[in-house]
Unconditional design. Structure first.
Ligand code: FAD
Ligand code: AMP
Lengths: 332, 266
């Protein structure tokens, strides 16, 4: 095999545009490619995605591989692994980056095993080791209790990156780049799954990922009625309501409200954590918040090791007074 | 329906974060004192997923666990919950592996078991949060895989699955045999019954060594790794929480609001 060179970014798309994670990855990939003195490429896979090549170039790509085929409309493991095997074979990158999304979590490991290499999933930081020139892959382990730095010496080095950990470049529409079309060449009989239906969770109000203020409730909220009070506070602060896993498992809130290692990653200006203990798995989804405020009846709760401001007490008593007082202050 | 569930013994992820310690020199986790290990929670959701199918349409559930020094009381939990067999890949040579060496050994063990319709793994283990062994086994065995699954309905050589996505979920049909990684939305794992616990006590696991599954020591455990751990560390915490008090919780609540306003957080 020819020498592996450069950085390749798998660009996810959303509603006919590059997904936010794709622009973040391009920002990070540009830096890594420059450190290596090599090219940054992007790959677009899907149906009707060709138009987005320009956008990927504006965000930093030197070259964009486009696999545009109606059969690639929905993500399916077999079809996407097959086309990515082809693209990776052609591009022979040193590094392949994907987002830590429901797609990336599925595609990255399967692709890694196909290339007899291993991936690091959910990285927070990526850098080139000055000596070995290998990719230093930093990710949370043990639910966020620790972080590990991994390297692989088989190529491509594959990693997925968590949302909001990398910064996109300012798009430059005048940047020039090369677009390479790749035929999907799929054998439909080799695709062993079929997507029957896609169900999007209904979101009213501000999306968690976009909210500047998040009011997050834990097991101690006790039920859906409790969450209605959190909703009231969130509305007042023009924020969104999130939850730890137990409220989602108990269906007090929709599953999409879960924040953490296996839920959403958020980094708002203000994170109000109510009746949650601050498990490492939860904190790993919100520790990037600017200010964390905690209400918990247990003074020993771990959340007080993470918070900037804390209140020890029963939320049922403290929260209504907190909300009332805020209303007053915000009005005045 | 023949089902195989891959389970793993891990240190309890619900132990208080303050009890978590590492040995930075050896790049190792120091198991917390007095906290018993558990079955990896997502793998336990996998056991539950298999047992749900067994309840509905019958079948056989075999649990497979790889590691050194597995405590029988811990790894027998799937049997106590209702699984039929337990196979342990237990040998020093299996120790210290990564996703690659683990998936390889498990895949070879599954090959030896031979008969299966669905293989279950957790979406990610609670220790290294690698999230790869399931997909790896599928790739090595050439099986279709569906990850992050929250509902399973097998029928007529196929299964209809619900897969969690960033937007909600999708309904996917897959041909059997296949590999499924399970998410917590599948539903809380059942508690073992007294009868189950008694039954599990009497049942001895089958232990396989590397030679039993036809693998070389160089392909498994620490020697078979594809990824190297350069460094393990605990991120520093600033840890200065300012406590806001009051005569009553209500007053404390109002004071907290005033405080946030005062420091211009709001
Ligand atoms: C691999 C893995 C991945 C995971 N991923 C996630 C994830 O993405 N997100 C997530 O959240 N969890 C995740 N978990 C689960 C996680 O380990 C914890 O179990 C969970 O976060 C605990 O939620 P909690 O803090 O709401 O509940 P608890 O830990 O039970 O805490 C409840 C808190 O509420 C307080 N409380 C109770 N009543 C009141 C009251 N009236 N007033 C004030 N305070 C009160 C209690 O003092 C306690 O501190 C994961 C676990 C594993 C193993
Ligand atoms: N040593 C092991 N023995 C058996 N199953 C395992 C082992 N390691 C991982 N698994 C399975 O693979 C899942 C994902 O693990 P990982 O890829 O390590 O995050 C776990 O939830 C288990 O179902």
């Amino acid at each position: 095999m020819a020498e592996n060179k450069g950085v390749l970014i798998f660009c996810e798309t959303k509603e006919g545009k590059l997904a936010a994670i794709a622009t973040e990855l391009l920002g990070c990939g540009r830096k890594l490619a420059d450190d290596l003195g090599q090219e940054l490429s992007a790959v677009l896979v899907g149906s009707g995605v060709s138009e987005l090549a320009k956008e990927a170039i504006a965000y930093g790509a030197d070259k964009v591989y486009v696999v545009d085929d109606p059969q690639l409309k929905d993500y399916q493991t077999d079809s996407y692994v097959s086309v990515m095997e082809k693209v990776v074979g052609q591009a022979a990158p040193r590094i392949l980056l994907l987002g830590q999304t429901s797609l990336g979590r599925d595609l990255a490991p399967r692709l890694a095993f196909r290339f007899k290499t291993a991936a690091s999933l959910g990285c927070l930081e990526l850098a080139i080791d000055p000596q070995s020139k290998l990719l230093l892959q930093t990710k949370p382990v043990y639910g966020g209790n620790a972080q590990a730095v991994f390297t692989t010496d088989s190529f491509p080095q594959i990693a997925t990156v968590r949302a909001k950990t990398m910064t996109p470049l300012e798009p430059d529409p005048s940047r020039k780049g090369e677009v390479v079309k790749v035929e999907a060449g799929l054998d439909p009989s080799a695709v062993r799954t079929k997507v029957l239906e896609k169900v999007a969770e209904k979101i009213t109000g501000i999306k968690l990922e976009d909210a500047e203020v998040i009011v997050c409730g834990g097991r101690g909220i006790g039920g859906a009625e409790g969450f209605a009070q959190l909703e009231e506070l969130a509305k007042l602060l023009k924020g969104a309501v999130g939850a730890t896993r137990p409220p989602c498992d108990n269906e007090w809130v929709p599953a999409g409200a879960q924040i953490g290692l296996t839920g959403k990653i958020v980094a708002p200006e203000l994170y109000i954590a109510i009746a949650l203990s601050g498990s490492s798995q939860h904190m790993s989804g919100c520790s990037g918040s600017k200010t964390i405020v905690a209400i918990n009846k247990d003074p020993e709760a771990n959340i007080f090791r993470e918070a900037r401001f804390g209140l020890v007490g029963d939320w049922k008593k403290a929260l209504p007074a907190f909300t009332e007082k805020l209303k007053e202050l915000l009005a005045g | 329906m023949n089902m195989i569930v891959c389970i793993k013994q891990v240190i309890d992820p619900e132990a208080p974060p303050a009890s978590f310690k590492i040995d930075p020199v050896g790049n190792k986790v120091v198991p917390p004192q007095g906290v018993s290990p558990v079955i990896d929670p997502y793998a336990e959701y996998g056991v539950e997923a298999a047992l749900k199918i067994k309840d509905a349409q019958g079948g056989k559930v075999t649990a497979v666990s790889l590691g050194a020094n597995q405590l029988r009381d811990i790894v027998k939990k799937p049997l106590a919950m209702g699984a039929d067999e337990l196979i342990l890949l237990e040998d020093e040579a299996f120790d210290g592996g990564d996703s690659w060496s683990t998936a390889y050994a498990l895949a070879m063990a599954i090959k030896k078991i031979g008969e299966y319709d669905i293989i279950f793994c957790g979406r990610e283990a609670s220790d290294w949060n690698a999230g790869q062994v399931g997909s790896g086994i599928a790739e090595i065995l050439g099986l279709p895989s569906v990850t992050l699954v929250k509902k399973i309905e097998p029928a007529g050589g196929k299964a209809k699955l619900e897969r969690v996505t960033d937007e909600g979920y999708e309904v996917v049909e897959v041909s059997l045999p296949c590999l499924i990684t399970v998410s917590n939305e599948i539903g809380e794992p059942r508690y073992p019954t007294i009868k189950g616990i008694m039954g599990a006590k009497k049942k001895e696991p089958v232990v396989w060594k590397p030679a039993d599954i036809g693998v070389e020591a160089s392909q498994i455990g620490a020697q078979g790794r594809h990824i190297k751990l350069q460094k393990l560390f605990q991120p520093a915490r600033e840890g200065k929480c300012e406590m806001v008090a009051g005569e009553s919780p209500e007053e404390a609540g109002a004071n907290l609001a005033a405080k946030l306003r005062e420091v211009k957080v709001l």
